[in-house]
Design a protein around this ligand. Structure first.
Ligand code: F6P
Length: 366
């Protein structure tokens, strides 16, 4: 028979993401509705170690659905990675009679969730990260808002690019995943996207800019992933220099494409969550409560083809590695040939969708 849950904890950890607060609200309301008390753990796993928590009643989470950041605060807690830190955290949970935990964050947060699960604390993960780098889920909480924020900023850059016939290279966050970069490049009509998932042909990109300038195009945008920390600024300088030389050589100053660089950095993480992120956060938060109360653990909630479902944390970690090509020997030994084939098919489909999207950008960027 499933364990009876009386009190659960919820935390947000890792880089904050718009919609995390909405997810905490959903967890609170869903648990309270099922007669389960909720403790909000302050500042991620650090709050668990240092016994910092507040009770979350339904009133406590009023007016939180639209909040930016996370009202429970967040942290990347190194102390929790050590056994001593974990044991302190578990002692805090026991002291408060907390029967299970819902951990909202990215892959680092899920490693913490597994650490708790294997030490006897049922834990469910909810993907909250702007990067959309949880391969098992089509979407993560915060991704839509981050893209919307990029677009708002890039549209402003476009205005001034067009007025001055300039180019702007914009660097956006996303860690090792090009999802934000690629989607916002398409949605802003950029001439190119530089992403970790595909090789970048710099010469072809510069030649395209020159050709389009000859055809009369005034403003240009190029979106670059932060995975290439120096590329964006250098590219802007290079285009400026190459087109200046060309303009001088041909005696046609209109060929000069003065290029600026802009790093959006943490602006991409702020702001009130979009409708999509509020809905996703709400659905995932409720599902996490249902899973925990049903006696499940070491799972994450994911979205696939619009449906909310779950998968094992280990499964999701292996999928991430398969996707990035960073699998190490032995990592897939626990899976049957059938399961591996299922994973490989999933990855192949995801990569194909990404490839088509990238090809679409290049076809339309003219
Ligand atoms: O994972 C979210 C993220 O914003 C990444 O896009 C970025 O690389 C990283 O966090 C930045 O981390 P920090 O806020 O610790 O500088």
């Amino acid at each position: 028979m499933a364990q009876k849950f009386r009190k659960i904890g919820v935390l947000t950890s890792g880089g904050d993401a718009p919609g995390m607060s909405a997810a905490v609200r959903a967890v609170t309301r869903a648990a309270n509705a099922r007669g389960v008390q909720v403790m909000g753990i302050i500042g991620g796993y650090r709050g668990m170690i240092h016994d910092e928590m507040i009770e979350l009643t339904n009133r406590e989470v009023s007016n939180k659905i639209m909040l930016s950041g996370t009202f429970l605060y967040s942290d990347r807690c190194l102390e929790f990675k050590e056994e001593e830190g974990m044991q302190k955290a578990i002692a805090t949970l026991k002291k408060h009679d907390i029967d299970g935990v819902i951990a909202i964050g990215g892959d680092g947060t899920f490693r913490g969730a597994t650490d708790l699960s294997v030490r006897g604390i049922p834990t469910i993960g909810v993907p909250g990260t702007i990067d959309n780098d949880i391969t098992a889920s089509d979407n993560t909480i915060g991704f839509d808002t981050a893209m919307t924020t990029v677009i708002e900023n890039v549209d402003r850059l476009r205005d001034t690019c067009e007025s001055h016939a300039r180019l702007n290279v914009v660097e956006v966050m996303g860690r090792g995943a090009g999802d934000i970069t690629l989607n916002t490049a398409i949605a802003s009509g950029a001439v190119a996207a530089v992403i970790p998932e595909a090789p970048f042909d710099e010469e072809a990109c510069i030649n395209k800019v020159i050709r389009l300038r000859r055809e009369g195009k005034r403003g240009f945008l190029i979106i670059v992933s932060e995975a290439f920390p120096t590329l964006g600024e250098e590219l802007a300088k290079k285009i400026t220099a190459i087109t200046k030389d060309l303009a001088e050589k041909e005696g046609n100053d209109r060929l000069w494409v003065e290029s600026k660089f802009c790093r959006l950095a943490h602006t991409v993480r702020g702001g009130s969550p979009t409708l999509s992120d509020r809905l996703l956060a709400t659905k995932m938060g409720v599902r996490a409560v249902d899973e925990l109360l049903a006696g499940n653990s070491d799972l994450i909630v994911v979205e696939r083809a619009g449906e909310i479902t779950t998968c094992g944390i280990r499964w999701s970690q292996v999928l991430d590695r398969m996707y990035k090509g960073t699998l190490k020997p032995g990592m897939t030994d626990e899976y049957t040939a059938e399961q591996l084939a299922e994973m490989e098919a999933f990855i192949a489909e995801k990569k194909e969708t990404f490839r088509k999207t990238y090809a679409m950008l290049n076809e339309l960027a003219d």
